[in-house]
Design a protein around this ligand. Structure first.
Ligand SMILES: Cc1cc2nc3c(=O)[nH]c(=O)nc-3n(C[C@H](O)[C@H](O)[C@H](O)COP(=O)(O)OP(=O)(O)OC[C@H]3O[C@@H](n4cnc5c(N)ncnc54)[C@H](O)[C@@H]3O)c2cc1C
Length: 339
């Protein structure tokens, strides 16, 4: 395949965010990416485009514009109602071929991870997965894509120098959401689902199975109470569930607790689990190894409860409570009920 020349690359412009939505609502990661895309587009003196693929998605265009998109590029078709990676990837590829974005970013979510690698192959582009930082090289204008590598031991910055678009998936809850500005103005461009794409899909969705995490999902929670090996077993997690219920929060877990079979993997926080950024993250009986910290260290307020005052998480915490979790938590719950 031919390597694009400088002239080929010059045809590509603007920063695209691939919107993620479910049940008629945009996911937070879309707003986070729009905030990041704004910075990138300003540095490139170009525009932010938000791509909406699905059924009934035209209604979401205004919200994308209020959160920093200059253009909402909409492909609204009932045949895109269910997420089928093959169909959505073909549709997105056609949009890329027509409008030629310079940069395409998407959430490193289950959907984003299924969609974007296909598009990268179809458009013969470079892709950096799971980025935690995005910037523009002031010398060359190339996208700097930063991500942890080798088990989080190094941070690598990757460039796609010759091919366009430059594509990246970004971990949810790593970047800040811009506030909505309802007075912002933007354009809406509607594109039909190309006929060639309609006939291409070889898969269809038979049944959707929802996340196995009980209660509030980690990604949506403002308050997360996480348990580690110090919880000693399933009973310890019962205590955590009662606490979470009392304050309207979600339950997280360290990998040690998940590996021990005390709680489902859907609750795991960290490098091989979920990245979270709640307002309050309360870790109970969790030592705070680096693989756990990378998943929660951007939380607004961190509380740690641990018998060991020298545990790494106790050093990182805004509030470090030294003591036995089985004494501290019931006492806190009594106090919360009292006030
Ligand atoms: C490639 C790789 C990926 C990984 N991914 C992840 C990941 O995604 N998430 C993750 O969490 N880990 C991950 N790990 C594992 C990680 O290295 C740690 O082993 C794990 O986080 C430790 O879990 P823990 O803190 O619950 O257990 P421990 O390190 O054993 O800590 C238990 C803590 O509980 C305290 N404690 C004990 N009893 C009590 C009590 N009664 N009251 C209060 N405190 C008490 C102890 O003082 C101790 O600090 C990964 C490891 C590797 C190699």
């Amino acid at each position: 395949m031919h390597t694009p020349t400088e002239t080929d690359r010059a045809q590509y412009r603007n920063v695209w965010v691939i919107a993620e939505h479910r049940d008629g609502k945009l996911k937070g990661v879309t707003f986070e990416l729009l905030g990041a895309a704004r910075r990138l587009a300003d540095a490139r003196q170009s525009e932010v485009w938000c791509v909406l693929l699905g059924s009934g998605v035209r209604a979401l265009a205004g919200e994308c514009i209020a959160r920093q998109a200059d253009v909402a590029l909409v492909m609204d078709d009932p045949r895109l109602a269910e997420f089928v990676d093959e169909l959505h990837a073909d549709a997105l590829t056609k949009l890329i071929e027509k409008h030629k974005p310079e940069i395409v970013v998407c959430g490193a979510t289950a959907r984003g991870r299924a969609l974007i690698p296909r598009v990268a192959v179809l458009t013969n582009s470079g892709l950096t997965a799971d980025c935690t930082g995005l910037d523009i090289d002031p010398e060359t204008g190339v996208l700097l894509q930063t991500r942890p590598a080798f088990g989080g031991n190094i941070i690598a910055t990757i460039k796609s120098v010759s091919h366009r678009p430059q594509m990246a998936t970004v971990r949810p809850r790593v970047m800040a959401e811009p506030e909505p500005q309802t007075a912002r103005k933007g354009r809406v461009i509607s594109e039909p689902l190309p006929t060639a794409v309609q006939h291409a899909a070889r898969m269809k969705v038979l049944q959707a199975i929802t996340n196995t995490a009980e209660g509030i999902h980690l990604a949506d929670a403002d308050f997360i109470i996480t348990g580690g090996r110090g919880l000693r077993g399933k009973k310890g997690f019962e205590l955590l569930r009662r606490f979470a219920h009392l304050v309207g929060g979600a339950v997280g877990a360290s990998r040690a607790a998940v590996d021990a079979g005390w709680i489902d993997y859907a609750h795991q926080v960290g490098q091989t689990g979920q990245t979270v950024q709640p307002k309050v993250y309360m870790a109970c009986g969790v030592s705070g190894q680096i693989q756990h910290l990378v998943g929660m260290q951007s939380s607004d307020i961190i509380i740690a409860v641990n018998k060991d005052p020298n545990a790494p998480l106790m050093k990182l915490a805004d509030f470090a409570v030294v003591g036995d979790v089985f004494e501290i938590l019931p006492a806190m719950m009594d106090e919360i009920r009292r006030v």
